[in-house]
Design a protein around this ligand. Structure first.
Ligand SMILES: Cc1cc2nc3c(=O)[nH]c(=O)nc-3n(C[C@H](O)[C@H](O)[C@H](O)COP(=O)(O)OP(=O)(O)OC[C@H]3O[C@@H](n4cnc5c(N)ncnc54)[C@H](O)[C@@H]3O)c2cc1C
Length: 430
């Protein structure tokens, strides 16, 4: 550790050695903490896991990193639509957290962060412990806004009408409902108005369910009820795939604002359009930043998202708190994607190391994104973009001429999509 970092750490005094988390984690137990910086990361998804690994790696393991994550293993939303369509299993999208601990010395605490005290710079966990931090990384993903959908407020109703928009038990639940549905049934999916997690995700899901019906339940139908006025991502490509592969199987209805769900009657109710009854309902509710970010007062945009300084991803309302991934109010044309969360994490990790050393972060970070979508078992389309920080606009702006979309769905991109998943999971977790 260089001298300037040591000085800053002694001044902050909030570090907790990895092996002494329990002893130091008592409320008020930060006195006498060793002079090593400690970064606490809340959430081990695309943003948080990447940040945890890169802070360890780029600091030559001189910074202690504690990752708070309730789940036993990482389960990927990308490729979860293939599990719903029946061509992949949950095991194919599940990656253990061991690599972060074994190869990088990240201390993983399997718990939920229930409180962030930005004044005292500590987090409280459901299990009762508190952990102090020099820098906090918050990457809790999204949570759902059920206030406007009264029928889905009871937890039991949400089990019956799964969103499957967080990969895990709901992915399995939706797959089981499709398996149990008799041939000739209707699968109806409601899409919220943008912004929501993964713009192309719902349309990929329509393809994967239709591909399953084509193989095994050919008299069935996919009904896409979109709260947006048109397909929000890769529209021409998805519509071409629907016409080519799923004529009569997928019906797309735009501008359908969902008002409520009659769960026992299996009916979706819209603002202006006729209600729709279906054998399997999949409602993707409107979304906001993960609840812990809301409760910590980090949400500053439309009561939904956390605004950050895009140089270092520090919250605009809490110093030393860096928010990543789907929880943030995105810059212009910046999608809520796993790839983008991974990029946020690297910019934030580099900035945190600089800040701990008393050095200004890179003033012109560049981030990029590629989202692949399967239109059938093998053929894939992509959208890619590059975003360069613009000092005048104080946010990354899309670089004209960089990125773009596929000319047409093709099998080569199917292979690229598989490689993307393997690479990004290794980049985060190995
Ligand atoms: C069907 C579908 C398909 C998708 N396909 C793609 C794709 O092809 N490419 C792509 O780039 N993106 C894709 N995405 C989007 C991608 O999954 C998200 O953008 C990404 O997961 C965001 O990363 P994150 O770190 O913000 O949140 P997440 O990855 O969701 O991670 C959040 C983590 O925080 C944890 N957490 C939450 N609250 C707390 C708390 N209080 N304490 C501790 N831990 C907490 C959660 O358990 C979770 O592990 C897809 C999404 C869906 C739903």
């Amino acid at each position: 550790m260089n001298d300037s970092r040591r000085r800053i750490l002694l001044a902050t005094g909030a570090g907790i050695a990895l092996g002494t988390l329990g002893a130091c984690a008592m409320p008020g137990g930060r006195a006498g903490a060793p002079a090593r910086a400690q970064v606490v990361v809340v959430g081990g998804g695309y943003g948080g896991a990447t940040a945890a690994k890169y802070i360890r790696m780029w600091s030559d393991n001189t910074i202690d990193v504690v990752l708070v994550e309730p789940d036993a293993a990482f389960v990927s939303c990308p490729f979860s639509n293939l599990v719903i369509g029946g061509t992949r299993r949950m095991a194919d999208i599940t990656v253990p957290y061991d690599g972060l601990e074994r190869a990088h010395g990240v201390r993983r605490v399997r718990d939920t962060d229930t409180r962030i005290d930005t004044a005292a710079r500590k987090v409280s966990l459901a299990g009762g412990a508190t952990i102090g931090y020099d820098k906090l990384v918050v990457s809790p993903g999204i949570d759902f806004m059920y206030d406007d959908l009264p029928g889905l407020r009871p937890a039991a109703a949400r089990e019956q009408v799964p969103h499957a928009w967080k990969a895990g038990p709901q992915t399995v639940a939706l797959r089981r409902q499709l398996e149990a549905m008799p041939d000739g049934g209707v699968f109806a999916m409601a899409i919220p108005r943008a912004p929501y997690r993964c713009p192309p995700g719902p349309y990929e899901r329509a393809c994967m369910v239709a591909a399953y019906f084509k193989r095994e339940k050919p008299r069935s139908k996919v009904l896409v009820l979109d709260g947006n006025d048109d397909v929000t991502s890769k529209g021409k490509l998805f519509k071409a795939a629907w016409a080519e592969h799923y004529k009569g199987l997928i019906e797309y209805r735009p501008s359908h604002t969902l008002m409520d769900v009659d769960v026992p009657g299996r009916e979706l109710r819209f603002e202006f359009d006729d209600p729709v009854r279906a054998a399997v309902l999949n409602v993707i509710p409107p979304q906001r930043a993960g609840s812990i970010a809301v409760e910590a007062g980090l949400v500053t945009a439309n009561d939904r998202w956390c605004e950050v300084n895009f140089i270092d991803f520090e919250s605009i309302v809490a110093s030393d708190v860096h928010v990543l991934g789907d929880s943030i109010q995105p810059a212009a044309e910046m999608p809520k994607s796993g790839h983008m969360a991974n990029q946020h994490a690297k910019v934030a990790a580099a900035a945190i190391l600089n800040l701990l050393d008393g050095i200004a972060p890179n003033p012109a970070p560049v981030v990029m994104n590629t989202c692949y979508s399967f239109v059938d078992d093998r053929n894939v389309i992509h959208v890619a973009s590059v975003h360069q920080y613009d000092a005048e606009k104080k946010q990354p702006m899309p670089v004209q001429g960089a990125g773009g979309v596929s000319a047409a769905a093709n099998e080569i991109e199917g292979k690229a999509a598989l490689a993307w998943a393997r690479n990004i999971w290794a980049d985060m977790l190995a």
